[in-house]
Design a protein around this ligand. Structure first.
Ligand code: C5P
Length: 225
């Protein structure tokens, strides 16, 4: 299944309390984002890869992969959805068509395995909507009130964590993201835009260790694995 990739990497990563955006933090001697790109760059069905960067990004140009001809860059936006929309438009200028598959993957998710990527591609290649890697929640969930006390305990068997890559047709995703943004609804992943457009993405169970680096201990954990 031929596919394009958009890597939103224009966030500032406030929760990491680091001196640079989290995707540029060192992991096993390279920047985190370089590990993230590995899995896609090694895939024979990759058509092209777009990295969305903040205007004031001073780090990307210093990485060895900045010189890799298979990687293009575009400008990020105010919200993640703006960044991804810019990425989709830039891919079209590279020749991507509305009906092509696009995989959107967090820059800060460096531990994607080829087996999970292939599982996603295989399960969704013939799907009319598309979908995403996801992991069933392990812990019991609590809904809390503003007073910090438990209000309810939902049935955890029906809750999954949304991971990336998320895989949709370029045209569908573009339309869904633009209308969600125009309507002012808050979108934290691509699937929510597709859902907002009235479609139901398919979940493909992925590995729990495809984590998104959010807190300092996440990076410590990855360094040990
Ligand atoms: O903040 P969070 O961890 O949810 O960000 C997920 C991904 O979205 C990160 O890779 C981040 O760089 C990216 N992002 C972006 N543009 C924004 C905000 C976040 O590309 N405006």
């Amino acid at each position: 299944t031929p596919f394009w990739v958009v890597i939103p990497a224009a966030g500032i990563g406030q929760r990491m309390q680091a001196d640079r955006p989290k995707q540029y933090l060192p992991l096993k001697g390279r920047a985190l984002i370089e590990h993230t790109l590995d899995c896609f760059l090694g895939h024979p069905d990759l058509c092209g890869l777009m990295v969305c960067l903040a205007d004031q990004d001073a780090w990307w140009e210093q990485l060895p992969c900045a010189a890799d001809g298979r990687i293009q860059r575009c400008r990020g936006g105010r919200e993640r959805a703006d960044s991804v929309l810019n990425g989709l438009q830039a891919l079209q200028q590279q020749g991507a068509r509305a009906n092509d598959w696009v995989l959107v993957h967090d820059a800060a998710r460096p531990n994607l395995l080829r087996s999970d990527l292939d599982k996603l591609l295989q399960h969704l290649a013939a799907d009319p909507v598309g979908g995403l890697l996801a992991v069933p929640v392990r812990d019991t969930l609590k809904q809390v009130g503003t007073d910090g006390r438990v209000q309810s305990t939902p049935d955890r068997s029906r809750f999954w964590q949304a991971y990336t890559p998320q895989m949709f047709r370029l045209g569908d995703l573009q339309q869904a993201l633009s209308s969600a943004l125009a309507a002012g609804v808050s979108i934290t992943d691509e699937a929510s835009a597709i859902e907002w457009a009235g479609k139901r993405p398919r979940l493909v169970e992925g590995r729990a260790d495809n984590i998104k680096v959010t807190r300092p201990e996440d990076l410590e954990w990855l360094a040990r694995h």
